[in-house]
Write a protein that binds this ligand. Structure first.
Ligand code: PRX
Length: 567
């Protein structure tokens, strides 16, 4: 029997107080995610239960119980306090998927500070833009990443502490740098968690839009109410599960469902901190006895590519429930997973801004491969007419997804960008910026984004960011960046450029441009291809029309070109 039981029953008279009661929370109480994910679980008698099984490169392993994560997050919180970090200060976590990242996240929250996790593959420029926006006071990082911080530290007078978790004493520490070893630090038996309230800020995740710099999506401690219940009902987590969320906590899935959801439920989770390979992933599932697996379509398509025979070399019978998020999960992938694992990956839809799962397939519900499923109980969803922004009543007609902005995990703002934040709400609806249709059974079908943001392998890339990086190269006159189709990643980044007189449009120049922008962009945002063109399609007012290039790449109709300048 699944945790949710009957979707229809649960949806009737749903109230978020169901979740509040399970968490013994009442309106006005203090609510601190760090405490809920460690101290409370220990108080419930699970102190000696394994919280984290971690495996790194070369098969290095570490295990932590809930008491271990309680004590270590206390140590981190106390250390930060000694260093002068206060509640609501931003503390960036800039690490690979090592235990310090997961446990440090709880420590930051216990202090009442705001956790700002950033993907460790970011280069110094991507890092700077995000730290500068948040005026981050401290960064917790590893030796291998500290040189990126050193490169930009002089531009950041507000960054008071650079905390290195694996300092080996070989090279002297520089100004503002300090060593903190989580496993060796004195254990702090009790730490008075900052009494954060429902609306106190908790996590700041950066996400890309079509224009402007990345936006800092601000969440609050009350988000736990959504994250807890969705983990229980959608991921179906139960006490004896071994859960594996493959997402990196630099992105929202890795925090909402890679830390908060499972640990607030007292679930054992495992983490594999090595790169992707189908063999190593299957081996990990077999070795750890993974029962619930939350992953992403690109990974699933890569597994499909590795073939059915490989699956048979491993004993994967421990798997009981699979779910996916981040990009459209194609019907083939759902059908394939059922064939090889005997279970379908259930598609879930949400985003950084929503903080928790919004549309989803539930265990026990009829699965329609290719559909995102139905709204989570307590989520009022619809598709809206593009012009009127009124709900569409016609079955199957495409429109903009809209959510009534009233669930606990909805973001509370974009950091220092109130104007852009307000634009996400129209006519009483929160607009995630995606298009979909609803069929006669109430299932949602994803159509595409309503903006130019590229979703490559589940990572959002702003065309504007890539275009700006290209324009900084001395040879580039103009640039336009769009998605191009790809079998595994669904979309990859493609750049069109016009070059300045005096340069030759050849392979050599392409290489030079690529090397130049590599330093500025995250590896995920790197174009797979640069195409030289004589001119770019523009509107009469001079705005580059990405949609013309997009249509060309996808073999689609271009649509209305009446505003095009050079037609
Ligand atoms: O366009 C949708 C797509 O990813 C966007 C959110 O990206 P991000 O904020 O990085 O969060 C990803 C993980 C929660 C959405 O606006 N997306 C997410 N899930 C799906 C999806 N597109 C289609 N199907 C999904 N299941």
């Amino acid at each position: 029997m699944s945790n949710i039981g009957s979707y229809e029953e649960r949806s009737k008279n749903f109230d978020w107080s169901i979740s509040e009661k399970k968490l013994d929370y009442k309106d006005g109480d203090a609510i601190n995610i760090g405490w809920y994910c460690s101290d409370r679980i220990c108080q419930m008698g699970k102190a000696n239960k394994t919280a984290l099984i971690w495996e790194g490169l070369g098969g290095v392993e570490k295990e932590y119980t809930f008491n271990d994560i309680r004590l270590r997050s206390n140590s981190i919180a106390s250390f930060l306090k000694e260093q002068g970090i206060n509640n609501e200060d931003r503390v960036c976590l800039f690490m690979d998927k090592i235990p310090e990242l997961y446990i440090g996240f709880l420590g930051v929250l216990k202090l009442g500070a705001i956790a700002q996790p950033l993907f460790s593959a970011f280069g110094d420029e991507s890092l700077f833009v995000r730290l500068d926006n948040a005026k981050t006071k401290a960064i917790i990082t590893q030796k291998k990443h500290v040189k990126k911080v050193r490169k930009i530290v002089n531009q950041m007078p507000y960054l008071e502490r650079i905390i290195i978790v694996d300092y080996d004493g070989k090279h002297p520490l520089r100004e503002r740098e300090i060593s903190f070893n989580m496993d060796e630090a004195e254990k702090v038996e009790s730490f008075d968690c900052f009494p954060t309230k429902a609306e106190s800020p908790s996590v700041l995740h950066y996400t890309s839009g079509t224009t402007g710099q990345p936006k800092g999506v601000k969440h609050v401690h009350y988000s736990l109410i959504s994250q807890y219940l969705t983990s229980k009902w959608v991921l179906d987590l139960k006490d004896d599960d071994i859960y594996w969320c493959t997402a990196d906590p630099g992105w929202v899935t890795g925090t909402s469902y890679g830390i908060i959801g499972p640990w607030s439920l007292g679930i054992t989770q495992c983490v594999l901190d090595t790169g992707f390979s189908a063999e190593s992933w299957y081996k990990f599932i077999e070795k750890r006895g993974v029962t619930v697996w939350y992953s992403a379509p690109t990974a699933i398509r890569s597994l499909m590519k590795a073939g059915d025979e490989l699956v048979k070399e491993f004993d994967l019978t421990s798997l009981r429930h699979l779910a996916s998020v981040g990009e459209p999960l194609n019907a083939e992938a759902v059908i394939w997973s059922d064939k090889v694992f005997g279970k379908s990956f259930l598609d879930t839809y949400w985003q950084t801004e929503t903080g928790s799962i919004m549309l989803t397939n539930f265990p026990g519900m009829k699965i329609k491969p290719g559909s995102m499923g139905k709204p989570f109980p307590g989520v009022t969803a619809t598709v809206l007419d593009v012009e009127t922004l009124e709900p569409i009543t016609e079955i199957g007609k495409a429109g903009l997804i809209g959510f009534k902005p009233d669930w606990p995990a909805l973001m509370r703002g974009f950091w220092a960008n109130e104007e852009t934040y307000k634009k996400k709400f129209k006519n009483g609806w929160y607009l995630p910026g995606d298009r979909a249709s609803i069929d006669s059974d109430g299932y949602y079908w994803f159509i595409g984004r309503d903006d130019d943001v590229i979703n490559t392998a589940g990572h959002l890339v702003s065309p504007f960011e890539v275009e700006s990086a290209l324009l900084e190269h001395e040879s580039v006159a103009e640039s336009a960046v769009v998605a191009k189709p790809d079998d595994v990643n669904m979309e990859v980044v493609k750049a069109f450029v016009t070059i300045k007189p005096g340069y030759t449009a050849d392979k050599d120049l392409e290489l030079k441009i690529m090397n130049f922008i590599r330093k500025k962009l995250s590896p995920l945002a790197m174009p797979q291809e640069i195409e030289y063109v004589d001119s770019l399609p523009k509107t009469r007012s001079g705005k580059i029309m990405r949609r013309v290039l997009h249509a060309q790449e996808w073999g689609e109709e271009v649509g209305d070109l009446s505003t095009l300048e050079n037609d």
